[in-house]
Design a protein. Structure first.
Length: 73
């Protein structure tokens, strides 16, 4: 049985990366990919807001939350 190491999206990205010939091109590609994921995150947050799972109180709670691990002495 053949086991695939990379999924289709990863193979496509590797093929694209093979054509990157400079630091400038790499930075441009990284920017486009980060914009893609930022847009997806925005869309998901909009869905949470629209269906009532997120609201002003949720944002305030997150703003005041302290999730950092306390330092050990």
């Amino acid at each position: 049985m053949e086991r695939t190491v990379f999924n289709k999206a990863q193979i496509e990205l590797l093929d694209l990366m093979a054509g990157v010939n400079s630091e400038e091109e790499l930075n441009a590609l990284k920017y486009v990919i980060s914009e893609f994921f930022a847009r997806r995150a925005d869309e998901e947050l909009d869905k949470l807001w629209q269906n009532g799972q997120w609201n002003e109180q949720t944002l305030e709670d997150l703003h005041n939350a302290h999730y950092r691990t306390p330092y050990k002495q």
